[in-house]
Design a protein around this ligand. Structure first.
Ligand code: GLC
Length: 412
């Protein structure tokens, strides 16, 4: 590894250990309850959209409550939409009046959020939308309106610098939508040039040397961001899947449908078994309250992780991809341990594995600490003595202490 690769691995270490974070989409669009794209998809005129700021006075916004919930859910970091595509800033900006500080709310929500994350020992992430619908030049594009476009790019740089100067050490800067495929078909490999991202990223690396950057500035960044998908095989480099807890929307949308706990843990464990992070989104309501169905699921995930976190946090991806597909579950590894995440349960009391060449020193059911008998029969590893009913729901984990690093054998 070159010195810069080594530095990158060092920087991302806390992130790859963390595995699980909270994404929060919250802003003026939360008042509309139809997701975060309403300004654009419904062609809401600027004045009408701006007037929403008069109503944005979240009565129950409590960043400490958000951070406590994230922590109780077993999450290790948070990423908040400091500004989404609509251009409304949840922070104080000298470059626009369209902020929560200079309108009815009169509050710097980003400052409160940063303080709350730190108080709970959570890492702090800033989502920031590169595209900004508040700039007419954005719709003209750089060819038709080079001057207006240059102002928009300056605005982007200025605000990113404000965010990374005024709030102390920030752990993640999460760019979004520089490529803009859904509007113009994408800038492709010109994206970084169009936004002068090289210049901004150099400034950021200097100002915040430990910060992690995602891959949506037009440059590769420290991690990639599959959206609404969980890769079922390991990816090159570090990745973080960002996913909604409801089926469709990131911003508050009370009519959307919530995924159940099984599905959420399925996504989390799939991500981790593929070597990635899981950034799970919630959309607080206009009063700043995270909807109860989301709280319920997060607390349940936390409960599951308190029993089984060892199989999730700081796990390593050392296995070939086909290892994920052992019947009824997934496998993660750490040092000489392998964790069998059992999504299916069998009342026979016996688990038969066909993927492992190692000898097993000890097998333990994590939920109860019960030790299980293990014996080898040719290719098969038989784990015996499991109770007829699963001790935890929805998934259980059997920890195997191996004679060395996990040594896979391919099915025959
Ligand atoms: C997309 C959407 C946006 C959402 C984001 C999350 O870029 O435009 O609404 O914030 O994905 O990954």
């Amino acid at each position: 590894m070159s010195p810069s690769e080594l530095h990158a691995a060092d920087r991302t270490r806390w992130f790859t250990d963390a595995r699980f974070g909270m994404f929060i989409h919250w802003g003026l669009y939360s008042l509309l309850g139809r997701g975060e794209w309403a300004r654009y998809t419904e062609a809401i005129p600027p004045d009408e959209y701006h007037a929403l700021a008069d109503q944005f006075q979240p009565r129950y916004f409590d960043a400490a409550a958000w951070a406590r919930l994230a922590k109780a859910a077993g999450m290790k970091y948070m990423v908040l939409t400091t500004k989404h595509h609509d251009g409304f800033c949840l922070f104080d900006s000298q470059y626009t009046d369209f902020t929560s500080v200079k309108t009815a709310a009169g509050r710097d929500f980003v400052a409160e959020y940063v303080e709350a994350c730190r108080a709970e020992g959570l890492r702090v992430g800033f989502y920031f939308s590169v595209k900004d619908w508040d700039f007419p030049a954005y719709f003209d594009g750089p060819e038709r309106n080079p001057e207006g476009w240059a102002k928009l790019v300056d605005h982007f740089h200025n605000q990113a610098k404000e965010l990374l100067t005024n709030y102390g050490k920030i752990d993640i800067f999460w760019f979004d939508c520089s490529d803009d495929a859904n509007f113009r078909g994408g800038w492709g490999d010109k994206t970084a040039d169009v936004w002068r991202s090289q210049e901004l990223v150099a400034w950021i690396r200097n100002a915040q040397p430990d910060i992690l950057l995602n891959n949506r500035s037009g440059l590769p960044g420290d991690f990639s961001t599959p959206e609404q998908t969980i890769p079922h095989a390991s990816q090159p480099g570090v990745f973080e899947s960002c996913v909604t807890m409801t089926y469709k929307s990131w911003g508050y949308c009370p009519s959307d449908h919530y995924k159940d706990l099984w599905r959420l843990l399925d996504e989390l464990t799939a991500c981790v078994a593929a070597g990635g992070n899981y950034l799970l989104n919630v959309g607080p309501d206009p009063d700043g309250v995270i909807p109860l169905p989301a709280c319920e699921r997060l607390l349940q995930m936390g409960e599951w992780l308190r029993l089984h976190g060892e199989a999730i946090y700081a796990t390593e991806r050392v296995l070939p991809d086909w290892w994920d597909y052992f019947s009824g579950g997934r496998i993660t590894t750490k040092g000489n341990n392998a964790y069998l995440i059992l999504q299916l349960w069998t009342p026979t009391g016996v688990l038969s594995l066909n993927q492992l060449r190692n000898d097993v020193r000890r097998a333990v059911l994590l939920a109860t600490g019960q030790e299980l008998a293990v014996r080898r029969e040719g290719r098969r590893l038989l784990i015996e003595g499991l109770p007829a009913l699963p001790p935890a729901l929805p998934f259980n984990v059997v920890k195997l202490e191996l004679d060395g690093p996990a040594a896979p054998q391919f099915y025959y």
